[in-house]
Write a protein that binds this ligand. Sequence first.
Ligand SMILES: CC(C)[C@H](C(=O)O)[C@@H](O)C(=O)O
Ligand code: SF4
Length: 474
Amino acid sequence: MSPKTLYDKIWDAHLVQEDEDGTSLIYIDRHLVHEVTSPQAFEGLRLTGRTVRAPDKTIAVPDHNVPTTEDRVNGITNPESRIQVEALDKNAKDFGIHYYPVSDVRQGIVHIIGPENGWTLPGMTIVCGDSHTATHGAFGSLAHGIGTSEVEHVLATQTLIQKKSKNMKVEITGQLSPGVTAKDIVLTIIGRTGTAGGTGYVIEYCGEAIRALSMEGRMTICNMAIEGGARAGLIAPDQTTFDYIKGREHAPKAEDWDAAVAWWQSLRSDDDAHWDKVVTIKGEEIAPVVTWGTSPEDVLPITAEVPSPEAFKGGKVGAAKRSLEYMGLQPGQKLTDVEIDTVFIGSCTNGRIEDLRAAAAVLKGHKVKPGLRAMVVPGSGLVRKQAEEEGLAEIFTEAGFEWRMAGCSMCLAMNPDQLSVGERCASTSNRNFEGRQGRGGRTHLMSPQMAAAAAITGRLTDVREMLSPEPEPA
Ligand SMILES: CC(C)[C@H](C(=O)O)[C@@H](O)C(=O)O
Ligand code: SF4
């Protein structure tokens, strides 16, 4: 048998049919659904009198449009948002699919609640009408976004038409330095390969530094595979993966568990597998980074200066000029001199318990700079509850952060959490596009620790200055 990558193995296990031109039909194990990209798909089913093929494999949750204030159970004021969420309520009921309404403690961002409730498992194919579905690849599942017409196709048939992507390997060797996180790894990768570097590929992330990451960290990496242009990101499952999954509500139990683990252990790329593209980065070379522009590839170590557009080549010169203008930054300005007025900790990139722990560890005993607006939006109700039980919520509120209910929130400002024109935000989310967090708002992407550090000083800050010199024993 010819050697295979992990991607090849999952693909082959789900292939229903392949045409001569490579057009293939693959079986889908989990279909995650949110309120933004599903209304027309359900409407399509109604119009043609079809049902959902596998309601037990279909899981829906409202996340993008939900307000994050506690009074949200009384209803949503914004009419567009209300209509979308009410449509999902009705569709979930009418079609008999799994559903986590706003009132359920398990409600949260779709990519956070899938893994959290044991829906996301190694070796699966997972789709959702959402580009950050790549997150689930952290479990060694083939997970990617689909469009609304494909949502309808999957609802009706539990299959998807696809062409196979090429195989790319991104290896992070060695170890990370103090203050460097999964977010810094993935931003550094995108900084090197660009937002189109992964186009046409499924990326497998591997190497010692990836192996050492928790599931939360691995999800942060795969979440942003899409920002690097890839179809999906993957990390081979291992004991860390199995330990995370075990005991979760929808994870296999008893003999099923043993059988599942036996299969999951085979889910790794063969040593002599063929890679169409390979990128290797030394873990020791990765610094805490921030973005300075309006593309996730506009990444620099926090110790750097705002670049001059002339330092780029070709079309990027104009793009950089425009970015700097939009961002209100001057070439040569030290990144650590850039003042911010807003901090957002949350999103499917960094809204998990470990992210909150990391930010709270930096914040403990400190106060948010007076006048600054700082907000923590846990990725799910369960993350929120756990953070409250661990005393993290108290650390945040004592420091001056708002402690919110779960949702996408200021990651894309489809709800009332928005920047206004000219406001500048240190954000743990994944996209720094123009207007992403509100019209005219300016976004600097970074890790939760870096966002916490920025909240204290009111400017982009090197978190390493705030870490105790003697790391406490683990
Ligand atoms: C609204 C949704 C379709 C969108 C996506 O696909 O990613 C959103 O989640 C985002 O992050 O921009
Ligand atoms: S948190 Fe942000 S990136 Fe994630 S699904 Fe929501 S809007 Fe998209």
